[in-house]
Design a binder for this molecule. Structure first.
Ligand code: C5P
Length: 228
């Protein structure tokens, strides 16, 4: 089930469709995040699906269980491949999210994954701002176990954490991917597609290494060759 997901971090659909032109016929798996979704809405997801693309809808829901369940009922109708919530919302919220997806036929096959801790949260912020006095990896593992207890399929994490997640019987969706000859940009914990495969990632999420490449299709094919 290994696959490469392109992070479509574009401001609007014109930019996205321009980017996608040379991918015609390749039907790539795309990550649609809140940036473009808040501009273009569910119609964009429908269009991309009609074009034959699979979608990871990265909206990271986090609210009371009742609200998340109802929001997921609407997301379910889009029939996306993967969507997500924040594990910080708790087990009941994650269960409600799954219930919302399962209540609509098209959502039953949607994989639900959890964000454990944002990679922007440091150990210091965890302790001083969130008042969680535990080592970050321990928190990540505990939140992943909560996701499992709630019946979720997996988590978003660094490829370097994929082996632990695999041991828990969960799938891992891993950003922070760079080719060996790429610049790392703002990512701190990076892996190449080949190393992510070795570590047992289920899906890699690749943004700038594809979107900012001189030849994005060639970069995408290189990812697929290394990872799949
Ligand atoms: O351009 P780059 O490959 O760094 O993009 C990675 C994508 O994965 C971006 O959409 C980023 O927001 C997302 N992401 C991440 N780290 C996380 C969760 C998501 O880089 N922990």
């Amino acid at each position: 089930m290994r696959d490469v997901i392109i992070a479509c971090d574009f401001q609007n659909q014109d930019e996205l469709f321009e980017f996608l032109k040379p991918f015609d016929g390749l039907n790539p798996f795309l990550k649609i995040g809140m940036e473009i979704f808040y501009k273009e809405g569910p119609q964009l997801v429908k269009k991309l699906k009609d074009m034959g693309c699979r979608i990871f809808l990265d909206l990271k829901l986090h609210d009371i269980p009742n609200t998340v369940e109802k929001a997921m009922k609407n997301i379910a109708q889009l029939g996306v491949e993967i969507t997500n919530v924040h594990a910080a919302g708790g087990i009941k919220m994650m269960e409600a999210a799954r219930k919302g997806l399962d209540s609509v036929e098209a959502g039953k096959n949607t994989k639900l994954i959890a964000v454990t801790q944002l990679t922007s949260i440091s150990q210091e912020a965890l302790e001083n701002e969130l008042l969680i006095e535990k080592p970050l990896p321990e928190v990540v593992k505990a939140y992943a176990l909560n996701a499992k207890a709630a019946g979720l399929d997996g988590v978003v994490c660094s490829a370097l954490e994929a082996p632990i997640i695999k041991k828990l019987g969960l799938i891992s969706v891993t950003p922070g991917i760079r080719f060996a000859d790429d610049s790392v940009n703002d990512q701190k914990r990076v892996a190449t597609p080949a190393y992510a495969k070795e570590l047992g990632s289920s899906y890699i999420v690749v943004g700038r290494s594809i979107t900012a490449a001189e030849d994005p299709v060639a970069a995408y094919k290189r990812c697929v060759k290394e990872f799949c």
